[in-house]
Design a protein around this ligand. Sequence first.
Ligand SMILES: [Zn+2]
Length: 266
Amino acid sequence: MRRGVTCALVLAACLGASGLAQGKATGGGGGATAKAKGKAKAKVAARSPRRSCADLPRGVRLPASGTGFQIPTTWDKRGLSWGTPQLVGLIKRVAERLAEDSDVPLRVADISPRGGGASAWHKSHRRGVDADILFYMLDGAGSPAPEPRAMLVFDAEGRGAARDNLGNDMPPRRFDTARNWKLVRALLEDRAGNVERILVARTMQKLLLDHAREIGAPTKLIERAAAVFHEPTRAPPHDDHFHVRIADPNPPCTVIATRGKTQRRR
Ligand SMILES: [Zn+2]
């Protein structure tokens, strides 16, 4: 809703300016008429703003694997690996940092489809600023668990469910709190500083923040984590993965006037 309103306002402002410019070019007498036409166009644009806004026109693809990360097969097949350069850059930098002291890959699930927009799996994930990241998890022996076929729900004690989200029986799994905290820390300490939200269940938040206090993590970092953590109320609680959202680097629909015509710039 907010996106549509913003888009409508920007478009309206630009079309109005364009109408004035045309009036000047065709002679002073037509100014009032051109202005009126411009206003009429702006009204039409305001009624149907979404048609003018592409979602991810300049996305870049996260490869299926790279230094410190992989897209597990289940998600790689979907092809939702397109994001803004800012999001893809963040994922690569974070994975590289985590790879400095661990060979367990960061497992990235869905980002956005090529060109953005809706997909069969997501209502959000349209503009390349959202990424699902699987939790790090341990097996029954306390070793890093292998690549999963589906997401797995964890309870408040960090125990994995008996079945994954596709109904496959699962051996014992535990939420790898220490590695998951390192991931959160790397996200929040990234040089771009553009992580806006991390959607994750309150139960997982508690495990992570308790751990951070126990190991003496900086207070400011803990406060920042607590501020960006969010359990959705109108969506599943995210007890099976992190959903990371960065600040949108592109206004939803920026319109500029060029040579008497209007062009959208993203
Ligand atoms: Zn998500």
